[in-house]
Design a protein around this ligand. Structure first.
Ligand SMILES: [Zn+2]
Length: 658
């Protein structure tokens, strides 16, 4: 450079100065002008170009996100690794009291050809001189059933009803048996529909889900089931399965329809779900016998603040049994009322649903079957109660395997999110767990051997960021026999849903996978002192945001105040940016109160002692924006009984309680 400069400098001297005061031609003057001004002009041009790029990049970032931190969401996911036995969690973990149901086993059972029989070994409890009746159970709608008239019953007998109630009285006319039974063979004589048969290409799909089941919670509370799944069934254990919505409904809708909950019709809460594009309504599902079962009337995915179904959604439907259970008190020798919440007479409620599932599998053995079972009660309300289900769930999986039901079927065992409420959810580790539900997938051995590429993809994908949209696509691949196409040359990244049988790109981001920023567990945070000025300002903004939501209901809901700021953290601006230029620019924006960035804050409000986690983008004291949804981390119970709008349940503290 130096020599070049000297050269140009000397040529300037030579051309322009050597004949100072003498006449110079126009062409020489022009040459002289060029030499004299090229360097400064170049410098000026470079400055202008750099400034323009700076401005454009700032404008682009500002336009797209309002603030500077945009790329955590678009960055390659760095999956967090949490310890299921983290001391902060373990202080809330203990052995639950066992669930104790009636000691008297049922008097009757339906055998595998649909005949109702007396269990002879139990007669000793009920007496020999019994007079029994049965009542059919008629589903009226998703909220009610009707018991038919009492009809005399003399087992063994085939009853042409799907669900029915059996009542037996002893010689003193005292009711000694009052129980519900179901008969999956009820229409076998007039069966008009024939289902497809499982083949090496046409596989059944069994989904078994538990609410609030994180991967860590599975390891903690279902250790026997987890061991059986990983060691005997050799399931693929997905360590990067992230939730895509706050609670059950927005996580199960993507799983069952491939859609985000916001893509449903705006009035979906006021309409029946019969015509919605749920997987069991798809044309290719017409070959399958289908089952849908959920175990809590009030929490059911399609019924909580929603209309449910007008008709049977699937070939077999569990809900009418639940409704019947609510209308009667079971009698097993004595009226059984103890632990009524978790038992129905002799049987644990979750076991009833498992038995329903098992009978369905038996009824259509070797036929194409799709089953979707969701258990809420055992895992939703109490983080420890799930331990009471470990033996039963493991036994169910063992039974599936040993009875041959998994020979030509895939099994998807999963949760929708982690534990969302209570003490655990307020810990740092608990909040990560909340975003990371369990997902295990079983594939028959012959499929793995026949398609080794598919096995490789699944193994790789257990370490990728995946979501419920991918499970939907996986089921589509199975239903449409596309699972054979495991083209290793195509690595999928930007599709929202990618079948897990195909290669998922290692650099997939939350944004790619349809995981909203607020639930993206892919970045680290740095804790902040809650007394910092910026934290106080952000906390006030969070509170104002909540009160703004409550404003239209200010006649009935209390205005909230901050009792305390429990925790605050920042997602460091240097983290996982897609483009380093943004970091450079971001670091220029410091304000009096603090540094611009994305903050997560945990505040406690009153009245109502609500604990809220809020994510906020902060640029300066006047420029802040809420990111995603606000999550309440403790229960609100009946605090919001006065409002009907479900979006306000977690915020409203009814004024009549103040
Ligand atoms: Zn849930």
């Amino acid at each position: 450079m130096k020599s070049k400069f000297r050269k140009s400098h000397s040529s300037y001297q030579e051309i322009c100065c050597s004949r100072e005061g003498t006449y110079v031609t126009i062409s020489k003057r022009w040459k002289c002008f060029r030499i004299k001004h090229t360097r400064p002009c170049l410098l000026l041009c470079l400055t202008v170009v750099f400034f323009t790029i700076f401005m454009i990049s700032t404008v682009i970032v500002t336009d797209e996100t309002q603030y500077l931190l945009l790329s955590n969401h678009n960055a390659t996911c760095k999956l967090p690794v949490t310890d299921p036995f983290d001391p902060n969690i373990m202080k809330y973990i203990f052995e639950p009291d066992p669930i104790v149901c009636s000691q008297f086993p049922p008097l009757m059972y339906v055998d595998t050809s649909g005949i109702l029989r007396i269990n002879q070994s139990t007669l000793i409890h009920y007496g020999l001189d019994l007079s029994c009746m049965y009542q059919s159970i008629e589903r009226l709608n998703d909220s009610d059933i009707r018991f038919g008239p009492e009809v005399k019953l003399e087992p063994p007998v085939f009853l042409p009803n799907f669900y029915f109630r059996v009542i037996c009285r002893n010689e003193k006319s005292k009711i000694v048996y009052d129980n519900l039974h179901f008969n999956f063979w009820w229409n076998i004589k007039n069966e008009t529909k024939s289902f497809g048969v499982e083949t090496e290409e046409d596989l059944s799909i069994f989904v078994f889900g538990l609410d609030s089941l994180s991967r860590s919670q599975t390891i903690r509370k279902l250790p026997k089931t987890f061991e059986y799944m990983t060691k005997k069934l050799n399931i693929y254990d997905f360590k990067g399965f992230l939730k895509v919505g706050l609670n059950t409904f927005p996580n199960l809708i993507p799983l069952l329809s491939g859609k985000h909950v916001e893509e449903l019709p705006a009035d979906h809460e006021s309409k029946f779900f019969d015509n919605m594009s749920l997987i069991w309504n798809q044309k290719s599902m017409s070959q399958y016998a289908t089952l849908y079962a959920e175990d809590k009337i009030e929490y059911s995915t399609f019924n909580m603040n929603k209309q449910g179904f007008l008709h049977f959604p699937t070939t077999y439907y569990f809900r009418p049994i639940l409704l019947a259970m609510e209308k009667m008190k079971p009698v097993f020798v004595e009226l059984f009322d103890k632990e009524r919440n978790f038992c129905f007479g002799h049987t644990k409620r979750f076991q009833l649903q498992i038995d329903f599932y098992k009978t369905f599998l038996q009824r259509h053995e070797k036929k194409l079957r799709f089953a979707f079972s969701w258990l809420n009660q055992l895992s939703h309300d109490n983080i420890n109660m799930l331990g009471n289900g470990d033996d039963s769930i493991r036994e169910f999986l063992m039974w599936m395997k040993d009875s041959g039901h998994l020979e030509r079927a895939i099994l998807i065992f999963l949760g929708d999110h982690g534990f969302r409420m209570g003490d655990v959810a307020t810990t740092f580790v608990g909040r990560i767990e909340n975003n990371m539900p369990f997902l295990g997938i079983y594939i028959p051995t012959f499929v793995k051997e026949k398609y080794p590429g598919l096995h490789r993809n699944l193994v790789d994908n257990t370490r990728r960021l995946v979501s419920a949209f991918d499970i939907f696509e996986t089921m589509q691949d199975i239903m449409h026999r596309r699972y054979k196409q495991n083209d290793a040359n195509t690595v999928y990244r930007h599709s929202r849903g990618i079948s897990l049988l195909r290669p998922v790109h290692a650099a997939r981001s939350c944004d790619d996978a349809g995981v909203p920023e607020v639930f993206c567990a892919c970045y680290q945070t740095t804790s902040l002192n809650t007394t910092l000025n910026v934290v106080q300002i952000i906390a006030q903004f969070a509170l104002d945001s909540i009160n703004k939501l409550l404003k239209p209901k200010s006649q009935i809901c209390a205005e909230l105040s901050i009792r305390s700021i429990r925790e605050a953290s920042i997602i460091p601006s240097t983290l996982e940016k897609a483009n380093g230029v943004y970091d450079l620019i971001g670091n220029l924006f410091r304000t009096k109160s603090g540094i611009s960035g994305r903050y997560i804050i945990l505040i406690e409000t009153y009245p109502g002692e609500g604990l809220f986690e809020v994510m906020i983008d902060y640029e300066n004291d006047q420029k802040m924006v809420l990111v995603g949804e606000i999550s309440r981390l403790n229960r609100y119970g009946k605090q919001s009984h006065c409002v009907k709008d479900s979006s306000l349940f977690q915020f409203c503290y009814c004024l009549d309680l103040v």
